[in-house]
Design a protein around this ligand. Structure first.
Ligand code: GCW
Length: 682
């Protein structure tokens, strides 16, 4: 049997161990499942599928709640009064999307109840219940009360209408526009199941570099068909709106947001969309960024643009998600400062149904960046996080890199914006400033490859993003553990080493690509291999040499108060630490400082030797990953083993490529020999 990975973490084919399977079978003997909506129906089907797969039982559902029931699944208002009373205090804290899974006494016996205020809570509760079984959890005293910490938990697809995917490395787009609306690919349903299983509740179908055509009736009909598929899974559809659409498809000669014809055009557009898709989520916009049209083309501001669209969507409860990823060719002293400079002055000016979506770091999804200084600096704005799940700068779908480790680092970073403990997670979950709306987006790594994500372990990045969107305070270790158990097995001889491998993989890629705070050293356009020497691109801030600034004296970008002073965009406590070479964490050393080659690192090595050793460490870590994967060979199928083994060997080859190319190039500045502990670059 070829394990193709299509079933993701919803592969219910493993049997729980013999001691616990009996308990699970007992719980499944008599199930009441409330059944009166599309959401409840798909939840019921999922439960059936899971129990059949894992326990081999065909569940018989009872028509009404009775004393013979062993598992009862219903929303609050449809439960037996005794059970309602038992759970009463829990309902208040779970909101519309949360759920309760609890082992309780009912009619003299111990049963399990899954309940929620709304149907969608049941959906999430059922998926959680199935994962508990996948992880062989003891249910006898189970008591889970859980709800999402963020309102909008979204995937952003950078999918073009011709089905190419910008920065997509897992095949072509899932959306088959040519066959839609009438042909519903099973993939759409399985996509929705996978997302619902981790709590994702929104999807932007098209690229932020958008074609206006998506807003024409022909496409909207297709979008509506997808929205119909996703609705029972609690997922709303959003679209990227091209700011100049009134010109391109509306026949107007301007897209000026203060022009009343333009405003009317968008108002009508919104009404038409809501006629076709009553629960349409809203618009995502990339404006005045990398050549995209925007309000600045008309000397208007981001606020003018965002609020104009927000007014059009407001009567329908739609939102505008306005990206802050901007950098202009007119001020190139430090690209890292630009988004903050353009957006922070507008704090408090955006309408309540606007969210400003900021990338996690101030440059662009590098293997490591300090957190974006906008987090914490816009307390009166709905500020939303954008992570990149697709590995544009981390080895595409060829390198094994477990991204929740990166996400966690950002989320745990302390902005000090409202004093110590104002972590990025607390900024975006709204617990400190109580914004009207909260959200997080992940740029999707999904395509039509059989296993969805290209690299089998890249599935864990989709999974992990969803889990952190649900709860940004989860640890990457918990996430790796869940994903491995749901996807592979519960054998600790497999889980422990592989989990370690995953958790170390992010540091490995930082070490062999961009150690010690280096960044953006990628070759032009594709961003795959090394290109630190590239210096001839038309815009200075596209050149890697702009970022590393290596010369005879040293290497690194001086963003301290003696340089671009980007540090001042952070709260004092943070700025202070980053500003001084001695206190700046070495992970960000060359991000914030231009450091002499003979500078002494904390481990006593000179900067040059330390840098070389970091590159070598990255390569060694990949060798270690290969050794780990070889050691767990007995626990996976031959095909699963081989696929990852081949990929890891490419990763090793390319880690050496990164190390050798980077070091040979930087040596032309340092003019020093390589330390003896590294494998000499050729
Ligand atoms: O990092 C850059 C990517 C572009 C992308 C842009 C963005 C969609 O190289 O491909 O465009 O970021 O986030 O808008």
């Amino acid at each position: 049997q070829v394990p193709n990975g299509y079933n993701l973490w919803l592969n219910y084919s493993q049997k729980p161990n013999s001691s616990i399977i009996k308990e699970y079978q007992k719980v499944s003997t008599s199930v009441y499942f409330q059944n009166e909506s599309d959401v409840l129906n798909v939840s019921r089907e999922e439960l059936k599928r899971g129990l059949k797969g894992m326990l081999g039982v065909d569940v018989l559902f009872s028509d009404a709640i009775s004393k013979s029931n062993t598992l009862i699944i219903a929303t609050k208002n449809n439960l037996h009064q005794d059970i309602q009373n038992t759970l009463e205090t829990n309902y208040k804290s779970i909101g519309d999307e949360g759920f309760i899974i609890k082992s309780i006494q009912f009619k003299g016996k111990q049963i399990i109840v899954i309940s929620a205020n709304q149907d969608v809570g049941i959906l999430y509760g059922v998926f959680r219940f199935l994962r508990l079984l996948q992880m062989e959890t003891d249910l006898s005293t189970i008591h889970i009360i859980d709800s999402p910490k963020l309102d909008l938990r979204m995937l952003n697809h950078w999918d073009n209408l011709d089905r190419t995917v910008e920065r997509g490395y897992a095949g072509f787009s899932l959306w088959n526009w040519q066959k839609l609306p009438d042909f519903i690919d099973q993939r759409y349903i399985d996509y929705a199941r996978a997302n619902a299983s981790i709590g994702i509740n929104g999807t932007v179908l098209n690229n932020v570099n958008a074609s206006a055509l998506i807003l024409t009736p022909m496409y909207l009909e297709k979008v509506a068909a997808l929205a119909n598929v996703f609705r029972p899974y609690g997922i709303k559809v959003y679209l990227t709106a091209r700011f100049s659409a009134p010109i391109e498809i509306g026949g107007l000669d301007t897209a000026d947001p203060l022009n009343s014809e333009v405003q009317n055009w968008w108002n009508t557009m919104a009404s038409n969309i809501y006629k076709a898709i009553p629960d349409f989520g809203g618009f995502l916009v990339k404006a005045n960024s990398e050549g995209q049209p925007g309000p600045q083309n008309y000397n208007r501001t981001h606020v003018d643009g965002a609020n104009m669209l927000a007014k059009a969507l407001q009567p329908h409860n739609g939102v505008v998600i306005w990206r802050s990823f901007v950098y202009s060719e007119h001020d190139v002293t430090d690209r890292a400062k630009q988004a903050y400079s353009e957006f922070v002055p507008f704090d408090g000016k955006f309408m309540d149904n606007v969210l400003v979506q900021s990338k996690n770091g101030p440059i662009d999804f590098q293997p490591r960046e300090p957190f974006h200084p906008m987090f914490g600096a816009m307390p009166n704005t709905n500020l939303m996080m954008e992570f990149q799940i697709t590995q544009e700068y981390l080895g595409f779908s060829t390198h094994l890199v477990f991204l929740p480790k990166l996400f966690e680092e950002v989320l745990k970073a302390d902005t000090y914006a409202q004093g110590k403990g104002t972590t990025v997670a607390k900024v975006i979950d709204g617990s400190i400033t109580k914004p009207k709306l909260t959200g997080i987006a992940g740029v999707s790594n999904i395509g039509n490859d059989i296993n969805w994500t290209g690299h089998p372990f890249a599935q864990a990045n989709w999974y992990g993003f969803g889990r952190l969107a649900w709860n940004p305070h989860l640890s990457s270790e918990t996430i790796a553990d869940e994903w491995l158990r749901a996807t592979y097995c519960n054998n600790s001889k497999f889980i422990e080493p592989v989990k370690n491998m995953m958790l170390n993989s992010r540091e490995a890629v930082v070490n062999y690509m961009n150690p010690l705070g280096l960044h953006h050293l990628f070759d032009t356009n594709h961003h795959y291999g090394p290109g630190p020497w590239v210096s001839n691109l038309s815009r200075p801030e596209w050149n890697p040499t702009y970022y590393h600034k290596a010369d005879e004296n040293g290497i690194g970008f001086n963003r301290s108060s003696t340089g671009s002073n980007a540090v001042e965009q952070y709260a004092n406590e943070v700025a202070h630490v980053f500003n001084t070479v001695e206190t700046c964490p070495e992970d960000y050393l060359l991000w914030f400082h231009h450091v002499p080659w003979d500078y002494k690192l904390k481990n006593g090595e000179s900067l040059w030797n330390g840098l070389a050793l970091k590159y070598q460490e990255g390569v060694n870590q990949v060798s270690q990953m290969i050794a780990t994967w070889n050691a767990v060979k007995p626990y996976v199928s031959e095909a699963e083993y081989k696929e990852v083994d081949m990929l890891l060997n490419i990763q090793l080859k390319e880690a050496k490529w990164w190390k050798d190319a980077s070091l040979l190039y930087f040596q032309t500045f340092s003019k020093q020999p390589f330390p003896k502990d590294i494998v000499k670059p050729e």
